[in-house]
Ligand binder design. Structure first.
Ligand SMILES: O=c1ccn([C@@H]2O[C@H](COP(=O)(O)OP(=O)(O)O[C@H]3O[C@H](CO)[C@@H](O)[C@H](O)[C@H]3O)[C@@H](O)[C@H]2O)c(=O)[nH]1
Ligand SMILES: [Mn+2]
Length: 739
């Protein structure tokens, strides 16, 4: 009887006061029409190339035509994949105020929050603590929240920071709740707000005190005896005895807060807070972040086994305490619940300079494209800001594959307190480095192994198994993270992703051959778009060198400016760029940000995409590979000043800068040669396209000229790179002139 009542109630409220709505964006019709038009243009160009090839009389012209045919085929393929994002661009709204009509607070699902950190020197513990505090402060029943911190750095410094955080949280969480604070990341709150009200000033002093202690410990690399206040803490730190290194140590699990035991200073229960550093040794592979997440999946199953799991990078703090309630608007909707695997919020960043010189926002990857996939079977998983249904890690929606150990099953109900001996013993066992031997963890269960882009691979796998996902982009960013502020860091991160993506391309789960069979062709294309990123380097390299070198050689490779074919080129070039720019600006970007974003696309094509490809090949051949190189989140004062002023940071002599500098020089040389040819009275009709392209290259290379020629700060281009690149450029130019 009661059940019935709830049921009718939920149906009526869904109709009259929905939990969420979804609609196609207004640009949909335009996008579809343009797709048809552009596809026709592509086919016309390819046809034209084939004809030219057929009728070419010299080896040089056959070779150049083939080169451009290859470049254009790849560009055409990549453009085709973008249509997957453009045919069903979707946007959603949620109505958390209607939540209480369908779900009482006591029936809210519990949430296990996973925070991964891997290195106390690249990821300062104080920042990780801030992330954790912001999440513990969620506007959600605290007894339903458990925060698990995975420390792959195996550092007592991080544990120490969290011990301090556990104490501070008892003051911070009620303070946020009682004052209805929105910025629940303490660092951000104290930076942005005047703390004159309530106990603000007192709490700020406590926060500063904690920060001082933690930063002091990190600086000294050890925890002073005076900071250790009781026997329990001392015993814990004793685990870091001799022989304990980050690559070789036993499991450390420390329950720092337990909600049934501890209350905040106002008497409300606290969320659980658990520190986990899984066992590591050189003999067993640890699979980087995916391995860490799988260990957390098991440890959390044993301890709390919440039906919802939120994964967070250590730098991604919560920027909106209402986020879990917004997520619930989807989760509580029975009509979509059955095969809903995860709800992905976009990764957004703080501290971006106005023009976003490194395109670090990745607007297309994180905001635009997921909205497009949301109209299909849902967005990719991007590693952070994602609420999973725990069940998604164990088989398809209608084909569950549960672990043998009953305590690890997603339907297992935990009855014992998390500090009980049995629970802790099992938790240690499942975090052991040999636990996964001979099991399907990482292949069929949990997060996927085998790719450095474990997030992309995991999401793909889940979609292939029949799960759907969903994208929600609230106006106020749900999470904000750090971004690389030097070109080298930005490119290195991108290179790691490329290696991971190629690992997916060359696995059984290739999005085109395997994926599209199980997810449908458009989803296959959408996944392929990301997976094939690195091949963009081929057309970008070709178009950065070949027309320019031909110009130096007075060889015309594009149609005459007066010919109709030239118009086709103009249409293809402008069409793609303008549509891209519009997409970007409609997603609240500025023109300048778009310009920098397209520049970064070219820069990546010449460096990280290409080097990622090279490194992937080397790895395939069985030669050394670096593994997961964690992006540094530490800020250097001077560097950060340059970043804020929009100045490119080269500084380190990286091989990746050589193609960039070489292209800059070759393009400048091509322009110079073009000008000389004009002055000599040559008819430039046939070389107009090449001259235009060289100018485009040079304008894009502006920061590189600056860094090579007239900057003197630490971030300028290292002299050795300039010298090598000049030689390479000279070599290329003479080679062409000789041929
Ligand atoms: O062995 C490792 C390596 C990394 N991490 C953690 O993984 C997260 C992401 O690492 P980061 O260096 O910040 O990489 P990004 O390139 O910024 O991260 C993006 O790309 C990764 C895949 O390459 C995804 O895992 C991330 O979620 C996504 O934000 C961080 O919290 C790390 O602490 C681990 O826990 N163990
Ligand atoms: Mn990161």
């Amino acid at each position: 009887m009661r059940k019935n009542k709830t049921l009718t109630m939920s149906t009526t409220t869904t109709a009259a006061s929905p939990l969420h709505t979804t609609h196609l964006l207004r640009r949909t019709t335009f996008n579809r029409t343009f797709t048809l038009l552009y596809t026709t243009a592509i086919f016309t160009l390819l046809h034209h190339h084939l004809l030219t090839l057929h009728y070419s009389t010299t080896v040089t012209s056959a070779a150049t035509t083939t080169t451009f045919l290859i470049a254009d085929l790849i560009l055409a393929f990549m453009w085709t994949t973008t249509t997957a994002f453009r045919l069903y661009p979707t946007s959603r709204k949620v109505f958390p105020e209607n939540l209480e009509k369908v779900l009482e607070e006591k029936d809210f699902p519990a949430i296990d929050i996973f925070i991964c950190t891997a290195d106390p020197y690249k990821e300062p513990p104080m920042n990780v603590v801030n992330t954790a505090l912001s999440l513990m402060g969620y506007d959600y029943p605290p007894e339903k929240i458990s925060v698990y911190v995975s420390d792959d750095g195996g550092s007592e410094l991080t544990l120490f920071a969290f011990m301090e955080a556990a104490k501070f949280a008892k003051i911070w969480v009620p303070f946020c709740r009682d004052n209805n604070i929105v910025d629940r990341c303490p660092e951000v709150f104290f930076r942005l707000n005047d703390v004159a009200f309530s106990d603000g000033a007192k709490i700020k002093a406590m926060y500063e005190d904690m920060k001082l202690k933690v930063e002091n410990a990190v600086e000294r690399g050890q925890i002073s005896a005076e900071y250790i206040t009781n026997e329990d803490e001392r015993k814990t730190f004793d685990k870091w005895s001799q022989g304990f290194t980050r690559h070789d140590h036993p499991t450390v699990i420390q329950v720092l807060l337990e909600n049934e035991q501890e209350n905040d200073i106002k008497g409300h229960p606290m969320p659980n807070l658990i520190y986990v550093s899984r066992e590591k040794n050189k003999a067993s592979p640890h699979h980087f972040k995916a391995g860490a997440l799988n260990a957390l999946l098991r440890v959390s199953a044993v301890m709390t086994n919440a039906p919802i799991v939120l994964t967070q990078d250590c730098d991604m703090y919560s920027n909106d305490p209402k986020t879990p309630k917004r997520m619930l608007c989807f989760y509580a909707d029975q009509s979509i619940r059955y095969d809903l695997g995860y709800v992905q919020f976009p990764q957004r960043f703080h501290g971006i300079n106005g023009a976003d010189i490194y395109g670090s926002e990745y607007k297309r990857l994180y905001v635009i494209n997921p909205g497009g996939m949301d109209g299909l079977r849902g967005p990719c998983y991007v590693g952070s800001g994602c609420f999973f249904v725990r069940r998604v890690f164990f088989g398809g929606p209608s084909s569950p594959e549960f672990p043998k150990v009953s305590q690890l099953r997603p339907d297992h109900v935990v009855e014992k307190p998390i500090r009980s001996g049995k629970v802790l013993a099992l938790a240690h066992e499942v975090a052991g480095s040999n636990y996964e031997n001979g099991s399907v963890w990482g292949s069929k269960m949990g997060f996927r192994y085998g790719s450095l882009s474990e997030d992309f691979f995991t999401g793909l796998h889940q979609h292939c198994r029949g799960w759907r996902s969903l994208f929600f982009h609230p106006r106020r960013p749900a999470f904000l993270g750090d971004l690389p502020i030097s070109l080298y860091d930005a490119l290195n991160q991108n290179r790691r992703w490329c290696i991971g993506l190629l690992e997916v391309v060359f696995s059984k789960y290739n999005p085109l051959t395997f994926g599209s069979r199980f997810m449908g062709p458009l989803m296959g294309l959408a996944y392929a778009h990301n997976a094939f990123w690195p091949i963009w380097s081929i057309p970008i390299i070709i178009y950065s060198f070949v027309p320019q070198l031909a110009l130096l050689n007075r060889l015309s490779v594009f149609p005459e400016v007066t010919s109709i074919w030239f118009l086709l080129y103009v249409f293809l070039f402008l069409g793609a760029n303008i549509q891209d720019c519009l997409d970007f600006m409609l997603a609240h970007g500025t023109f300048q940000q778009w310009w920098n974003d397209q520049r970064m696309w070219l820069i990546r094509g010449l460096s990280s995409y290409f080097f990622g490809f090279v490194e992937f090949s080397i790895k395939r051949l069985g030669i050394a590979s670096k593994g997961f190189h964690v992006t540094s989140k530490v800020v250097d004062g001077e560097q950060s000043k340059r970043y804020d002023n929009g100045v490119f940071e080269f500084g380190v002599p990286s091989l990746m800068f050589i193609p960039l500098a070489t292209v800059a020089i070759v393009n400048a040389a091509a322009i110079a040669s073009g000008i000389v040819q004009i002055l000599m009275g040559r008819n430039m009709g046939g070389l107009f396209g090449q001259m235009g392209l060289a100018c485009f290259g040079a304008v894009n290379s502006w920061p590189i000229y600056e860094a090579m020629v007239w900057r003197s700060d630490k971030g300028k281009m290292p002299r050795v790179i300039t010298v090598i690149s000049t030689f390479v450029a000279l070599f290329l130019c003479t080679l062409v002139l000789v041929v």
